[in-house]
Design a protein around this ligand. Sequence first.
Ligand code: G1P
Ligand code: ZN
Length: 546
Amino acid sequence: MTLTKRTIKLTTPFTDQKPGTSGLRKSSSQFETPHYLESFLEAILRTLPGVDGGTLVVGGDGRYGNERAINIIMSMAAAHGLKKVITTTNGILSTPAASHLIRSRKAIGGIILSASHNPGGRNGDFGVKVNGSNGGPAAEALTNSIYSCTQKLEEYSLIDIPKISLQSQGNQQIGEMKVEIVDGVEDYVVLMQNLFDFDLIQNFLLQDFSFIFDAMNAVTGPYAKRIFEDLLNAPKGSVLNGLPLEDFGGSHPDPNLTYAKDLAELLLTKKQYSFGAACDGDGDRNMVLGKGCFVNPSDSLAVLTANAHLVPGYADGLKGVARSMPTSSAVDAVAKKIGINCFETPTGWKFFGNLLDANEITLCGEESFGTGSNHVREKDGLWAVLFWLQILAKRNTSVEEIMHEHWTEYGRHYYSRHDYEEVDSEAASDLYSNLEKLTPKLVGKQFATGTVMLADNFNYKDPIDNSLTTNQGLRIILDDSSRIIIRLSGTGTKGATLRIYLERYISNPGETRKNPQIVLSDLITSINNLAEIPKMTGMNAPTVIT
Ligand code: G1P
Ligand code: ZN
């Protein structure tokens, strides 16, 4: 069959991608406007190193638009000289599984179709994420090149192909290009079996320990059923909402106390299970709950670090750890005690990539329900759940006990994030720039619970390639180790999202069972007043409190 390449001229310039972001996240309807998706894909295919003759991994979280996008990618990939595209049955591929596939198949990178935890469906959001050959989100240099390419794009090319069926595994040929359809779950499950002791966890689940996992009608359903119900023998039905749906059943697939509130209620109010967990739309985020006990993600990273020696995949010790700047300092305390380095990076997983590649760190995490390790180059929701199960099984204890013992040993970093969503963009940027001017003047003065030691806008020099990333969030750090961080979200799609991160350290073990909102109340009041949040945003309370 001879296939002809077509070139389509663009009449409207493509201006939507923000510089420095490793993908594009917009409404589904925006992605359906003519030439929109194609324009961004063209910029990726022109920029990603190794396209000519290379192998590309493609898949997504199953949201509305997934299969359409996979077909468009095939027709454009064939026009750009790729040797092979690896995709999955029904196009289902979690973000961490995609990262693993890119690495294990030595692909030049991947295109992951997801808007992560944003709602999906015809009226929801869609997204295209670009990963490099290390399996991680495209690094700063690549994202900047993709961005510059979008700025001067005049045309894109494709080859017309019949619609490719993704129903079953197998190989197909499009002209010179091979399409390999694999099971997107299998390789990932084998990787997990290599890191964790499945027999030990299976025995533990048979004891007086009840387990529930909420896949939120998103990508982790098939992975979780295979791992928990088939391999670890958790009772059938332990995986809730296990079927990936195009609109996630109308829900917001973000595993936090607001959007996974049914699960939270089962654990925190009704106390029906010993352990509960959930993952987000594309499977890279996790939330972990014990009976009557919410584990905040910053603490989770600290607990995984302190107990990593109990996990076969990490029994040889950790090289170092990293956390994003707004993540609490709980992991720093553990790193100090076990004598390893702890790096502080800007928000976003891509900043961990160089440290992982250079073997400077083994574990890393963010306060936003992201935890991961050097096994892939993305955060990994199910991996974190298995890590917790392994620790619980090995120590034969409960989540609540682990947390209590942890705080008794290290003190507790009380922590909360307040989000103000869908704020008018101009009001949010005014609020931020006012604060940027005000905060440096606080140094040396009394603020909330202490004296301000440092107030600045966080800049980061990558320790591996020395690249500089500036203006990553305002920090106010007090002499009692309290911290307040203020950032504007880079991932929201409606208006602006203002995030306020609050942290206070209490070393006295007897004082570690209080409500964080009460312990943090002085910090909350002080920043609300300084930033004039109610006046500037027109909102009296945050939309999400974590
Ligand atoms: C949010 C989180 C951040 C995470 C990103 C992608 O970004 O805060 O930690 O890396 O989503 O999952 P933000 O909206 O704050 O820019
Ligand atoms: Zn995600």
